[in-house]
Design a protein around this ligand. Sequence first.
Ligand code: HEC
Ligand code: HEC
Ligand code: HEC
Ligand code: HEC
Length: 420
Amino acid sequence: MRRRVLIAALGLALAGLLLGAEDARAGHESLGALLPGSALEGSRLFAGKGCLGCHSVHGAGGTAGPDLGRGILNRPLLEIAAVTWNHAPGMEHVLHEKRLARPTFAPAEMASLLSFLYYLGSLDPPGDRDRGAALFRDKGCQACHSVGKDGGRIGPDLTRYGRYASPLYLTAALWNRGRAMAEAMEARKMVRPVFQGNDIPDLLAHLRSASGSTERIYAPPGNPKRGEALFRERHCMECHAVRGHGGKVGPDLAVVLRGSLMRIAGTMWNHGPRMWARMAERRIDVPSFTTEEMSDLVSYLYFFQFIDPPGNARRGLVVYREKRCGTCHGPEASKPVAPPFTAVVEKLETPLGVITAMWNHAGRMAEIMTEENVAWPLLRSGEMADLIAYLLEAHGAEGPVPGRKGATAPNAARESRVTK
Ligand code: HEC
Ligand code: HEC
Ligand code: HEC
Ligand code: HEC
């Protein structure tokens, strides 16, 4: 009963958010690469395969495992897979206690699940209204803007922003009015505020509380595919490259951008004046965005981070030896207890195939490791990608291209050597 309520609540909260991801899959080649599987389908699997029984998302769900809604999985696909792998014995332990079978996945399901887990990282923690009130005062907003009864009259009254449940409305307005605001600040010799971390959601929490509004207007879910089109149409690409393709006036955004949607939106605001100056030089009109468009654009910018830098087979061999996979899988095993990779790579074929198999077999592996007294091999950042590159290359599959057979991030991965 309780479980059904939880699933319903999670479904409501996420369906709206994720619907956009599903239609984003259709059509567009390069974005098909960025959006593996369907995140909406992933949210269904998350409930249906029992993850929700142990894990909550922003407080809704089970408590045996950690809450996965807090941005801990805001990292590339194979890094999420590595984190999940590292925790496999701990999970196995609880599964055992609860007498539950380990849920298994097909590679396409795994892709949906992982893109869902990644999407969770785009959500900011809810704003803190007390912190927001302090920011509103300290950043000078209050000197120019009123909310409810109090505040300045230089800028428009912001009471109506209290209706919005999503900080994207505030973000779009800040960007669109940004230049006029910067001028008003300059005229009064005020320092233009910059945003960090969760500042924008905190400010919104203050606006909501000060306006006393009980209305809740959600932003439409971002559609990264439409965001990519906007990125081109609104001239961003004339100055910014994405993984090396595009202009060189501003930084390569796939290299510099990190974090949740609001962090990215905050970064855009922070760099506004220098960008506007460059736009003026090149006679590009500063583009303005509707909330929907802003949502699409930042989702697109967010999804860059989902693509892993390609693995390196030579480093992968070192990982394979260090983690002692060979003690069970051969060739150096004294008594091989696991299938040799030569036999399995044919059928695994892609990185997604490998991580799916690793998940599905983790239970049995954990058991044998306990029997054989081998410590669970923990994978650090980048090691999953290297290991997979080694397994696939050394054993004759075509190498470290996530998602051949339409699974995950195809060739884009080859170009995306991101320095970390
Ligand atoms: C029977 C309970 C249980 C189920 C079912 C379960 N987990 Fe877990 N999970 C745990 C526990 C306990 C941990 C912490 C293990 C540890 O710290 O070693 C964990 C850890 C994790 C982590 C690492 C989180 C971190 O700390 O960064 C991820 C990711 C994860 N689980 C994903 C999943 C997914 C996806 C599913 C569904 C396919 C799932 N879990 C199903 C109990 C469970
Ligand atoms: C120096 C005065 C000044 C300061 C300081 C200032 N603003 Fe503004 N703000 C303005 C003016 C003037 C406008 C209207 C700009 C225009 O006409 O396009 C505006 C517009 C806005 C809008 C759009 C309102 C609408 O009509 O939809 C928002 C939202 C906003 N500001 C938020 C903020 C926040 C949040 C802060 C603090 C971080 C801030 N402002 C600081 C002067 C200021
Ligand atoms: C005329 C050139 C130009 C155009 C057009 C342009 N930018 Fe920029 N952008 C820059 C420059 C230059 C910087 C670095 C500014 C600085 O250092 O403060 C920058 C910085 C940024 C940053 C911060 C990157 C960082 O360092 O973290 C973001 C995000 C960004 N731009 C997004 C966009 C988006 C989205 C568009 C399209 C709506 C766009 N830019 C259009 C020139 C441009
Ligand atoms: C203690 C022994 C042991 C170690 C060490 C070990 N494995 Fe395994 N592994 C197994 C067993 C046993 C199976 C088969 C489990 C089953 O059939 O459910 C397996 C299965 C697999 C599979 C699935 C193969 C298939 O048939 O689909 C993959 C992939 C895998 N292991 C990868 C690794 C990697 C990578 C490492 C090193 C990080 C590793 N294993 C270390 C025992 C081990």
